[in-house]
Design a protein around this ligand. Structure first.
Ligand code: SF4
Ligand code: SF4
Ligand code: SF4
Length: 254
């Protein structure tokens, strides 16, 4: 079987998704026989910016330089995958959007002059064409391994588009809203994690991002009110949406 060339790139992110990819390679060592790693700074010393069958990008774009890097990667790649919620939707760094970035830098860093960032935070798909988006903070490593295997054999992953509640019901997990009155974003966020938090009796805080393709904005406002009755403040509700679903927040102008 012909191996596919793969590059893994990082913009602004915590490397959690890259770690998941590395765990996936350890857990599924057969993958290393299927891919020819050309660029993967966290895995190897030698990195070649060359033509690729598959580019995997972690992180969101926070400065001009990132925009140029992304366009270059797109130009070199047959298939481009945005890996994780940062790359796909903006990620937790989106929490600063709407606040002057120079104020945020002063608050966070001792030497803010060294930090190069513009006011906005952009998902990869806002700047270049993305062929496949994987949500999750971090992504699910097993899903990633399965997708790579499918691409190697010339297939393409089926996109499953369900709310997290579907994961919960399939796994027979007790609903934390019904059983305990715990706020949970499950009805409006994407499935994919197997309902990890509800399986531990916790509400979902939406790290796979809002299920936005067919979501009526009115449903967001209804959810905000429903979770408000369970004790989640309006500010906390929109902070969660902003951290994991920035593209939706931009479209709703919240
Ligand atoms: S999506 Fe989450 S785990 Fe992945 S890089 Fe961003 S912050 Fe880290
Ligand atoms: S616990 Fe959350 S995700 Fe699970 S069924 Fe209830 S609302 Fe949906
Ligand atoms: S239950 Fe929600 S917050 Fe927890 S891992 Fe899944 S999507 Fe993320």
């Amino acid at each position: 079987m012909k191996r596919i060339s793969v590059g893994v790139f990082k913009l602004t992110s915590c490397s959690g998704c890259i770690n998941e990819l590395i765990y996936a390679l350890v857990k599924h060592p057969e993958l290393l026989k299927l891919i020819d790693v050309k660029y993967f700074t966290e895995l190897q010393d030698v990195n070649a910016l060359t033509e690729l069958n598959v580019a995997i990008v972690e992180g969101s774009c926070v400065r001009e330089e990132h925009e140029g890097i992304l366009k270059k990667i797109r130009g070199l790649s047959e298939v481009l995958i945005s890996m994780g919620t940062c790359a796909t939707l903006g990620g937790v760094q989106s929490l600063r959007v709407g606040v002057d970035v120079s104020e945020v830098k002063k608050y966070v860093y001792l030497n803010p002059e060294y930090v190069d960032a513009y006011n906005d935070v952009k998902a990869v798909g806002e700047l270049i064409q993305v062929d496949l988006s994987l949500r999750g903070c971090p992504v699910n490593g097993d899903a990633l391994a399965s997708i790579i295997k499918k691409i190697v054999i010339g297939g393409w992953p089926l996109e499953v588009y369900e709310s997290l509640c579907a994961d919960c019901k399939r796994a027979g997990i007790e609903c934390v809203v019904v059983a305990k009155g715990t706020p949970c974003l499950g009805p409006i966020v994407s499935a994919g994690c197997g309902a990890l938090c509800p399986s531990f009796g916790r509400g979902c805080y939406g790290c796979y991002g809002v299920k936005d393709k067919d979501l009526d904005p009115e449903k967001i406002f209804e959810m905000e009110k429903a979770l408000g009755r369970l004790g989640l403040s309006k500010d906390d509700f929109y902070s969660l949406l902003k951290g994991y679903s920035m593209s939706l927040v931009k479209s709703l102008k919240i």
